[in-house]
Design a protein. Structure first.
Length: 408
């Protein structure tokens, strides 16, 4: 066996090779890319016994993605993705002074996989189809988050100089609101907008009851409000135009990427099983598949999948004291998607609704009960993927599995 610690950075890798006895065999600073991975292979070859298999090389690295990790997995090495929090706590076993360096971190990672690899999660290579789904699904979600941030900045700016716009437009991301604000981003110019101009924008946005809404918007824009100096309004108007152009571009790219998400997800062999789950749509299903991955041996059990998802609770018990709490360290993208699925499942599945209501009857608040439902749905998804069967309402919510006391 040969143990390797790889402390990675954007442009280089500090690596250390360690023997099963904990002896340092070699250290190197390798560049990122083909040259670096070639030198790593050569370094491993110098210290690996003749006839040894590639999986006898155990590598610890604080990431599970990227071309470098993909190259390590493709070479057949046993690669373990170490959580940086785990590595930081393990570092304290070596030195309590707080000293830290990249070569020392490589040593810690090598020693960690030497002694505790059975406690770590091995990188299981996803299929190229799953990786493609992850790329577009994450980019799509990131743009949605960015649209929300930009909208909040726009809302804050309008509150500072143009509060009438917030009364006139309920949704600042709507096409009619963006069109009218781009045309008249200042209070004086907005007050001059005619009913014809407002009705035209509403018609292009395919709004209903155009006349009533146009009259309401015009009245809100012409109402009396506290005003700022004209030069300040002009400065704020410039920032409003910039935000509007960004929101228009984001809306177009979100729509474009949504099509890519649907196309890539539709070609994945697990898509049918994922879509059969209650509360799961195409975009949501793509996000869940992307974050879980499709490597068959990644999750040893439903509990392991739930722990990775962050839906299962954490128990802290000492003596007579026992606390059950939610997991705060989790994959934000995955937990967000699972929470959305659980909420949608309340109306899509009678079993899910009954399960949620039972937890509420026990005194749990909405979010806690929803998290319990999400945890149960993760277990159902695991069973469906393991047996390669689609979701069945009766099987999923039998009397035993529907009992919160029996849930794990």
């Amino acid at each position: 066996m040969l143990f390797v610690g790889d402390d990675w950075a954007e442009n280089h890798h500090d690596v250390e090779l360690m023997s099963p006895a904990g002896k340092k065999l070699a250290r190197a600073l390798l560049p990122e890319g083909v040259e670096g991975i070639t030198r790593l292979h050569a370094l491993i070859g110098e210290h690996l016994d003749t006839g040894s298999e590639a999986d006898s090389v155990v590598i610890g690295i604080e990431t599970d993605r990227g071309p470098w990790v993909a190259a390590l997995v493709a070479a057949g090495y046993s690669v373990f993705a170490v959580n940086p929090l785990q590595a930081a706590r393990y570092r304290d076993r070596h030195a309590v002074s707080g000293a830290k360096s990249d070569p020392a971190d490589a040593h810690v990672l090598a020693d960690m996989v030497r002694t505790d690899s059975h406690q770590l999660r091995r990188v299981a290579a996803d299929s190229p189809q799953a990786e493609a789904v992850k790329v577009v699904a994450r980019a799509h979600k990131t743009l949605i988050w960015e649209r929300t941030r930009t909208t909040q900045r726009l809302r804050h700016s309008l509150r500072e100089y143009f509060p009438a716009a917030l009364e006139a437009f309920d949704d600042l991301t709507a096409s009619d609101a963006l069109e009218l604000l781009a045309k008249a981003p200042e209070p004086v110019a907005a007050a001059r907008l005619s009913l014809k101009q407002i009705r035209a924008a509403l018609t292009r946005a395919r709004r209903r009851d155009v006349d009533t809404k146009a009259a309401r918007i015009q009245a809100a824009l012409r109402a009396e409000h506290l005003r700022r100096d004209a030069v300040i309004d002009a400065a704020y108007a410039a920032t409003t135009r910039a935000s509007i152009h960004i929101l228009i571009a984001l809306r177009e790219q979100i729509t474009e990427l949504a099509g890519q998400v649907e196309a890539h997800f539709g070609r994945h062999p697990d898509a049918e099983i994922v879509l059969s789950q209650p509360g799961m749509g195409i975009i949501l299903g793509a996000r869940v598949l992307a974050e879980f991955g499709d490597a068959r041996g990644r999750y040893a059990s439903a509990k392991a999948r739930k722990n990775y998802a962050g839906t299962s609770p954490i128990t802290r018990a000492s003596g007579k004291k026992k606390i059950v709490a939610a997991r705060f360290v989790h994959n934000n993208r995955l937990i967000d998607s699972l929470a959305q699925q659980a909420f949608c499942a309340l109306t899509a599945s009678p079993g899910a609704r009954s399960y949620y209501d039972r937890h509420r009857a026990r005194g749990l608040e909405h979010r806690a009960a929803l998290r319990q439902l999400a945890n149960r749905l993760v277990g159902i998804l695991h069973g469906c993927l393991k047996t390669r069967t689609s979701y069945n309402e009766t099987t999923a919510w039998s009397p035993h599995t529907g009992d919160p006391a029996a849930a794990t």
